[in-house]
Structure formats: structure tokens, C-alpha cells
Design a protein around this ligand. Structure first.
Ligand code: KIV
Ligand code: ZN
Length: 394
């Protein structure tokens, strides 16, 4: 099925972007207010459903940023993060009340290791905290997300009690984060499926998946969460985020778009804006994007090997599963290097305005290969020089 195929048989998945909150928690990625507003505008324009704008209690700057984003955003819901502490929840409520649609996102740890060492609380105490803080948030706004921090290392029986309590207290979204990037896809699928099937009021909330990339599985786990029943994915542009980062927005969006045949879901993201969003976030966070990054890396649509270039010249679908245009990149690049073959070299010569006879072409191709062995990058100017030299010497 092509990427532009209809969504009529598919279910909607909401995209919750946390570039401005979890993304900004990446060491060194701090953004100015102006940069945050630019990122928020980009996200809003591309169709992100929920923008997590910051952690209002963290600092006055964070509070002001959430207020400013809330005032600026036209379409998306704007969320502010709050610990399960009364003052945090009030501060988040104060910040998001400026939004057309505001959400308080409150969280508490649920895993034994966090309860014993970080919170020093019993399970019953955590249940009481959830009931009280979710109800407090719900008194301030209609849209409340509750997260079970470290959900993937929480025994399922206790996780069920927590989720049940949060829904009864008024949570409208339930997020089960893989806080430390520990899950594997099959297990993640099962966690969502089991919780959704066994909590009595599960249909009263949207379930959300939030994955970190410590083992490089954030995107795979996010998709497994959706297969298990989640209908919101929390992610960041370029996969920016704590430690190894969060699930990359551009990857989950394009995975669902490209593989709608295997996963019948869709998002409302305008994927042609992905490449620009990646550049905006890279500049704002001062984090370069790796060359081979899926979807938005410099090499994501570049081909050097002769076999691949030959295939691409015959039919782009031989080596590309999505078009560069679908993610906002102008065109595929056939990089001229030592792996390039005759077909790509001939095509390059044509593009540069040369048509050589057989002998001259063979000579020029040999000289190009010799040059490519010596030089990392062979530019158009190098090819022009070697052909002019060649033609001049005939
Ligand atoms: O990774 C995590 O658990 C979080 C929560 C605050 C949702 O970022
Ligand atoms: Zn996180």
C-alpha cells in the first residue's frame, strides 16, 4: 500500500510531542524562550495533537515558557508537567489555563525500586497519592494525563490498581512510560494489552506510550504499545531526550504511514514538514542530527553503491520505501564515490551537460574511479575538471 493510501480503515493515533520538556532535559539542549516558541509553532503547524511545553514548577523561566507557548499555540493541546505534589499541580494549572486547550500531566513512580529508594513510600501510600493528586488536577482542568513512572518495571497487579485509581479520580489519559528504556517490544505489547483488558474503566481513558531509547528500542516499543491498545504516542523531534533520548517523532509517524498495511493506524501529522522540524529543533537545541539518522539524516535518501544507484535510476522504489518529498526533502542524492557505477556516472555527466563517446566515457570513468579512491568526496567540480581534461587531451 502506498504512503498516501486512504486512512478510512485505520484508527487514529494521537501524537504527543515532548521535545520542549523531555527533549529539553537532554544535557546541553536548553532552549531560550524564543527558540521554544519557534519549535512550538513548527509542531503546531505540522499537526501535533499535544505539545508538552515544559515543567512549570521547575523554574520561573519554565513557567513563563509554558504560558507563552499556551498563548501562542492555535490548534494543539498544551500540556504542563507536574509531580504528584499539590504545589506542582497548581503551578501547572496556572500555566496551561492560558491555552485554548490545556492539559495537566501529572506523574508518580510505581516500580518497587523507585518506591523503596526514591520515594520511600508503600504501595498503599502511592494509591492514596494518585487518588488525591489526579482529583486535584481534575478540579483545575478537564484534560488530565496521569503517568506511572517506571511502569515497565512495575508488577502488573500493582500497575492495574494504580491505573484503576487514576481513572476513577478523573484521569482522561493514562501513560505507561518505559522510563529507563528497559522494555522489549513483545513485553511492551503485553503490558498494554493486559492492563487495558483488565482495568474495568479502561475505555474511559486514552492509553499512551512513552519510550526511552537506552537499548535502541524506543520506536519499536512505541509501535508495540500501539498494537497493544495505546492510542497516543509520546515522542520528540530527532529523538531528543534524557540519556539516549525518546522515541523519534519522525520515525513513528513515517513507520505508521509507510507500513499502514501491517499496522492499520494513522496520525494527522503533515509529514512533508518533518525535515524542516528536524532542522528547527537541531538548531534550537544545538544538537546535530547524525548523518544516518532515519527519515531526517543527511544520508537518509542518499545512495552511493553502484548497484543501488543503478536501481534508483531505473525505478526509485527499488531502494527507497518512501519518497524524499513525503518527508519534505527535495530529492534523492546519488553520491558520486568509489562505489558508484557506470550508470550513475553517465547520469551525472548528462546532468552536467556532457555526452561522451564510448572510448572517452571509458577513459573518464576510469579516471573518476582513480580519483574516488584517493578522495573522500568527489564533487561536481572534480568531475567537470577530469572530463574537461580528458576531452582536451583527446
Ligand atoms: O520517562 C518518564 O517516565 C517521563 C515521565 C515524566 C512521563 O518522562
Ligand atoms: Zn520520559
Amino acid at each position: 500500500m502506498s504512503a498516501s493510501a486512504s486512512n478510512s480503515n485505520k484508527e487514529r493515533v494521537f501524537i504527543f510531542d515532548t521535545t520542549l520538556r523531555d527533549g529539553e532535559q537532554s544535557p546541553g539542549a536548553t532552549m531560550t524562550l524564543e527558540e521554544k516558541l519557534q519549535v512550538a509553532e513548527t509542531l503546531d503547524d505540522m499537526g501535533v495533537d499535544i505539545i508538552e511545553a515544559g515543567f512549570p514548577i521547575a523554574s520561573n523561566g519554565d513557567f513563563e515558557a509554558v504560558v507563552a507557548v499556551a498563548k501562542q499555540v492555535k490548534n494543539a493541546t498544551v500540556a504542563g508537567l507536574a509531580r504528584a505534589i499539590s504545589a506542582d499541580i497548581d503551578r501547572a494549572g496556572e500555566a496551561v489555563r492560558h491555552a485554548r486547550k490545556g492539559r495537566i500531566h501529572t506523574f508518580v513512580s510505581t516500580s518497587p525500586i523507585h518506591l523503596a529508594h526514591q520515594m520511600k513510600k508503600t504501595e498503599d501510600e502511592v494509591i492514596e497519592i494518585i487518588a488525591r493528586t489526579v482529583a486535584q488536577a481534575r478540579n483545575l482542568v478537564d484534560d488530565v494525563e496521569w503517568s506511572a513512572m517506571d511502569a515497565t518495571r512495575t508488577p502488573l497487579d500493582f500497575l492495574k490498581r494504580c491505573v484503576d485509581t487514576a481513572i476513577k479520580a478523573g484521569a482522561t489519559t493514562i501513560n505507561l512510560p518505559d522510563t529507563v528504556g528497559y522494555a522489549v517490544p513483545e513485553e511492551h505489547f503485553r503490558m498494554f494489552k493486559t492492563i487495558i483488558e483488565s482495568v474495568p474503566n479502561a475505555d474511559k481513558a486514552i492509553f499512551s506510550v512513552h519510550c526511552h531509547d537506552d537499548l535502541g528500542m524506543a520506536v519499536a516499543n512505541s509501535l508495540a504499545g500501539v498494537a497493544g491498545g495505546a492510542r497516543q504516542i509520546e515522542c520528540t523531534i530527532n529523538g531528543l531526550g534524557e540519556r539516549a533520548g525518546n522515541a523519534a517523532l519522525e520515525e513513528v509517524v513515517m513507520a505508521l504511514r509507510t507500513r499502514g498495511d501491517a499496522m492499520p493506524f494513522f496520525t494527522e501529522i503533515d509529514s512533508t514538514q518533518l525535515s524542516r522540524a528536524s532542522r528547527v529543533v537541531s538548531a534550537a537545541s544545538n544538537f546535530p542530527v547524525q548523518y544516518n539518522k532515519a527519515i531526517v539524516g543527511k544520508n537518509a535518501f542518499a545512495h552511493e553503491s553502484g548497484i543501488h544507484q543503478d536501481g534508483m535510476l531505473k525505478n526509485a522504489e527499488t531502494y527507497e520505501i518512501m519518497t524524499p518529498a513525503s518527508v519534505g526533502i527535495k530529492e534523492t542524492t546519488l553520491v558520486m564515490g568509489k562505489h558508484s557505477g557506470r550508470a550513475a556516472f553517465k547520469d551525472k555527466l548528462k546532468e552536467l551537460g556532457y555526452e561522451l563517446g564510448d572510448n572517452a566515457f571509458q577513459e573518464a570513468f576510469q579516471r573518476f574511479k582513480d580519483l574516488a579512491d584517493r578522495k573522500k568526496h568527489v564533487y561536481d567540480a572534480d568531475i567537470i575538471a577530469l572530463v574537461d581534461d580528458e576531452v582536451g587531451s583527446v
